[in-house]
Design a protein around this ligand. Structure first.
Ligand code: HEC
Ligand code: HEC
Length: 280
């Protein structure tokens, strides 16, 4: 188990390094393929679909269905409110859980360092790395995770296939603020690893402390999304309209606060419907 997890951390650490490099590669030509059908077995475009964006788009649709089910004077469609808010809640639990884990592991790492506990600090660092990896596996596209056509062909033939540097998909998404934050996290993460190996406790403390505000902020944002989504679920269960609009307002403020810092410009689909927003 321990060896397996070590290998896993090592493998995904390579992914991280590789994908930073992938910025330098040229963009592929847009595909001219006809639209895919419901079950197109020839479709390999799924490799390029960002799971992160899919979470976001699904939460956006959930929000809009919540407003559609709850706005106005008619009796709300309770099961719609319940199901859609529950979907947001579970996505926020998934994504926010990784940030919460990072927040806790980094705090424990610092405690170990203060106690001169090198083994404990190393252990906490592994868990920290596993939380970065865990979120990347739940949010990146397979192409970004370096799954190429060649790798898929190999897997289909039962071959063990590893990603290779030259096989990095030449399709880096645009550099939005979120990725700049990630690049900074990676620098601090790599420094932490180095200072751990050399047991330079003061530098170690600084590199870990540099990451902590981002962990905390993101954990809190997702917690706000999650708590307010949970409140909508509870109100819907009790068939209570009072407080629904306010919970929705607080939830979407948390979406927008993070977008203002991390999502960048130029998106058509981004802002969920307002409860009482002006009609177009
Ligand atoms: C909530 C999930 C999540 C967590 C937790 C997370 N990341 Fe990321 N990371 C992402 C997403 C999403 C991207 C962007 C992927 C994309 O654009 O398709 C990304 C991208 C990256 C990149 C690539 C940046 C680039 O320019 O290509 C690096 C490096 C990275 N993260 C490092 C880290 C490190 C180190 C940690 C842990 C300390 C971490 N991430 C924690 C979700 C996360
Ligand atoms: C902690 C940060 C954070 C929170 C909270 C958050 N988002 Fe996002 N969201 C992002 C980032 C970063 C992007 C840009 C992702 C990308 O392009 O790779 C994004 C993009 C989006 C997009 C555009 C996706 C596309 O197709 O371009 C939508 C829609 C969206 N978010 C909806 C939501 C909704 C609805 C909520 C709240 C229920 C929410 N987000 C909460 C960070 C967040």
């Amino acid at each position: 188990m321990r060896l397996a997890s070590l290998l896993f951390v090592a493998a995904v650490a390579c992914l991280i390094v590789g994908c930073v490099k992938s910025d330098e590669t040229p963009q592929p030509k847009p595909s001219n393929k006809p639209p895919i059908t419901w079950d197109d077995q020839g479709d390999r475009d799924w490799r390029f679909r960002s799971q992160y964006k899919m979470h976001m788009r699904n939460m956006w649709a959930d929000c809009n269905r919540i407003v559609t089910a709850g706005r106005g004077d008619a009796v709300p469609t309770w099961h719609e409110l319940w199901a859609n808010a529950a979907d947001i809640e579970q996505r926020a639990r998934l994504i926010g859980g990784f940030w919460r884990e990072l927040e806790q592991r980094s705090a424990e790492l610092l405690e170990c360092a203060a106690d001169d506990d090198r083994i404990g600090a190393t252990e906490q660092f592994r868990y920290l790395g596993a939380a970065c990896d865990g979120c990347h596996l739940s949010t990146w596209s397979q192409a970004y995770l370096h799954v190429t056509e060649g790798i898929i062909e190999g897997w289909l033939r039962n071959r063990v296939t590893h990603g290779q540097a030259e096989e990095v998909d030449p399709n880096p998404p645009p550099l939005i603020p979120n990725r700049t934050v990630m690049q900074q996290l990676y620098k601090d993460y790599a420094n932490t690893e180095l200072f751990l190996e050399r047991w330079m406790v003061e530098d170690l403390r600084q590199s870990v402390t540099a990451m902590q505000p981002e962990f905390k902020k993101r954990a809190e944002r997702w917690q706000a999304v999650r708590d307010n989504a949970a409140e909508i679920v509870e109100l819907a269960k009790k068939r209570k309209r009072e407080g629904m609009k306010e919970a929705y307002g607080r939830m979407t403020v948390a979406c927008l606060a993070c977008h203002a810092e991390n999502a960048g410009e130029g998106r058509q689909i981004l802002v969920p419907m307002q409860w009482d927003g002006p009609l177009d």
